[in-house]
Design a protein around this ligand. Structure first.
Ligand code: GLC
Ligand code: CA
Length: 583
């Protein structure tokens, strides 16, 4: 294999070396260096990671038992999806007590030993904070709902029915997409941007904000290292509830995101919490424009650290996506954040189907190379990689074919709605098997034993049929596996701050198959070549010719001894081939 690659490089052999005098203008190490910029965030979906007691549901003790595995990846921050007390309508994104652990997941003592075990290994913990809404079973809501005069009434948004129907608001999760739910008890409607079991908190009420800061203090005092603020771009509202134009729901984030005094609230939160603890902060969603995103994270504003925007991850559609568009989105975001602010870089999370199935190719012959190629992208871009558990194995969508395979209530409601309104159920199922959130929530694949080593009981959701070939144990034994490759990528990024802070320059822009870019600073220069297609491709760049070393490549057998090559103008790439080349 090594021979092969050398032969290909030799084809491009030339002796000219590039002379660059631009080095002095490149970014240098300075006060802008932060641990959360250098971190690699590994997202763990607790329900599906590891079950310790055979009830079929992943739990904290399960995560504790695999801390050495997490450490072995080299990642240094774990983001945990919600583990708080919850009726679990939306898998923990409906919190009924922010200071308690969901019994299914364990106890507070388990949490403390998890945090301790992480810190002992040099791993930081970021918690999910779900405060755009609570559960309808939270005691605040129960009190708020009980009477119009209850002191908690203004913790949520109510519209008295004698004033007529409230102006239409779109709900992302409601079966009828209606975000106002009528409640007979007080003859009023309450607002829920998500499901009716997730009433929106009234951030305009200073008492609500103080409650949230106290919750944040509770966790920060325990020693956690950061917060991921769920759906936060939606928290502020114009509580006069003006009428929105007809059809606004097609573009609802224009009307819902970054409204009212959201930046005032974030500055207050920063002053109360972020400035007092060494914690990182990231909010889900970054509004509608670069300006919105900058307003969240530019350091002189004292709000958040990292902007998490969806423009890239939203691109994949069942019939594919355009690499040209993909390159253009990531390049535009990079250049918009070249001088200030900081971004998250990600292609998957618990709300998305699997990265390799959406952006790569999950056919057996391409799965490994294409997942490795995508991981190469994530770990060589500027910005903090948010890497989703299981992607380091190249886990794929499970290809569920029946609605009974799904557990996500939002999907089940959408299905019912489609049935009731005479919609095309088969088409919906097809779309779901490509894009549904449950695709990314099937159990983590540990080994080839029953239930992929995830549980000794009945898993809460089906296990991917490919678990006998795609799992940790098998991949540990294969030096060319996704897992080993991921570890090498992590080390490469850790050892080369150039990949964190260095300037990014897109090359061969119009190439529809290849994504190629430079990362460079005063300390060094890397060329990253990624063939995003299932066909042979050719990278070409008329200006690039240099002596170079391949430091990581997914077609080369491990361990890599750096291969010196001389690049000129053209470089052939095999299907989903990825290379990191030091120039
Ligand atoms: C966020 C979460 C998602 C959840 C929703 C409502 O988008 O990531 O999982 O369903 O908020 O809390
Ligand atoms: Ca369990």
């Amino acid at each position: 294999m090594k021979q092969n690659i050398l032969a290909i490089f030799l084809l491009c052999l030339t002796v000219c070396a590039e002379n660059s005098n631009a080095q002095s203008e490149l970014p240098k190490a300075d006060a802008n260096q932060k641990w959360w910029k250098e971190a690699i965030v590994y997202q763990i979906y607790p329900r599906s990671f590891k079950d310790s007691n055979g009830d079929g549901v992943g739990d904290l003790k399960g995560i504790i038992s695999e801390l050495d595995y997490i450490k072995s990846l080299g990642v240094d921050v774990v983001w945990l999806n919600p583990i708080y007390q919850s009726p679990n309508f939306d898998n923990g994104y409906d919190v009924s007590d922010y200071r308690k652990i969901l019994p299914e997941f364990g106890t507070m003592a388990d949490f403390d030993s998890l945090l301790n075990g992480m810190h002992r290994r040099g791993i930081k913990l970021v918690m999910d904070l779900v405060v755009n809404h609570s559960s309808n079973e939270h005691e605040w809501f129960q009190k708020s709902q009980s009477s119009r005069n209850n002191p908690y009434r203004n913790y949520y948004h109510w519209w008295n029915a004698e004033n007529g129907k409230p102006p239409y608001r779109y709900s992302l999760f409601d079966i009828n997409h209606d975000a106002w739910k009528y409640d007979t008890l007080t003859n009023a409607y309450y607002l829920h941007y998500f499901s009716d079991k997730q009433p929106d908190l009234n951030w305009e009420n200073p008492k609500v904000r103080n409650e949230v800061y106290n919750i944040m203090r509770f966790w920060a005092d325990k020693g956690i290292d950061g917060f991921r603020l769920d759906a936060f771009q939606f928290v502020a509202k114009d509580t006069t509830f003006p009428m929105f134009p007809k059809g606004f729901e097609k573009d609802f984030t224009r009307y819902y995101a970054m409204q009212g005094n959201i930046h005032g609230y974030l500055q207050q939160m920063n002053q109360q919490i972020f400035s007092k603890y060494d914690v990182m902060s990231v909010a889900e969603g970054a509004g509608n424009t670069f300006e919105d995103a900058h307003n969240l994270v530019d350091s002189n504003r004292h709000e958040l650290n990292i902007a998490y925007a969806f423009n890239g991850v939203d691109l994949a559609k069942p019939n594919g996506y355009s690499l040209l568009q993909f390159k253009s989105i990531f390049s535009q975001w990079d250049s918009a954040f070249e001088h200030s602010g900081w971004l998250a870089v990600f292609l998957a999370n618990h709300d998305q189907a699997r990265m390799v199935s959406r952006f790569g190719n999950d056919l057996p012959q391409f799965r490994t190379h294409s997942s490795q190629m995508l991981s190469t992208f994530l770990l060589t871009m500027r910005g903090t990689p948010f890497y989703y558990n299981g992607d380091e194995l190249g886990m794929t969508n499970p290809k569920f074919s029946s609605i009974h395979d799904y557990r996500d209530q939002v999907i089940l409601d959408e299905y019912k709605h489609t049935q009731m309104t005479g919609g095309n159920v088969q088409a919906l199922l097809k779309n779901l098997s490509f894009g549904a959130r449950d695709n990314g929530r099937t159990p983590f694949q540990w080994d080839s034993s029953r239930n992929a080593g995830f549980t000794t009981g009945m898993s809460w959701i089906g296990i991917n049929a490919n678990y006998k070939t795609v799992n940790v144990a098998v991949e540990e034994n294969d030096p060319n596996s996704c897992l080993h490759y991921f570890r090498k990528l992590v080390q490469l990024r850790k050892n080369n701050p150039t990949l964190v802070y260095g300037k990014y320059t897109l090359l061969d822009k119009a190439n529809p198959q290849v994504y190629a870019y430079l990362r460079e600073d005063a300390a060094g220069k890397f060329l990253i070549l990624l063939n995003f297609s299932a066909k042979d491709a050719v990278f070409s760049s008329p200006t690039l010719s240099a002596k170079a070393k391949v430091v990581l490549a997914n077609y080369v057998k491990t361990p890599i001894t750096p291969i010196t090559i001389t690049l000129k103008n053209k470089m052939p790439l095999r299907p989903y081939e990825a290379m990191v080349i030091r120039l």
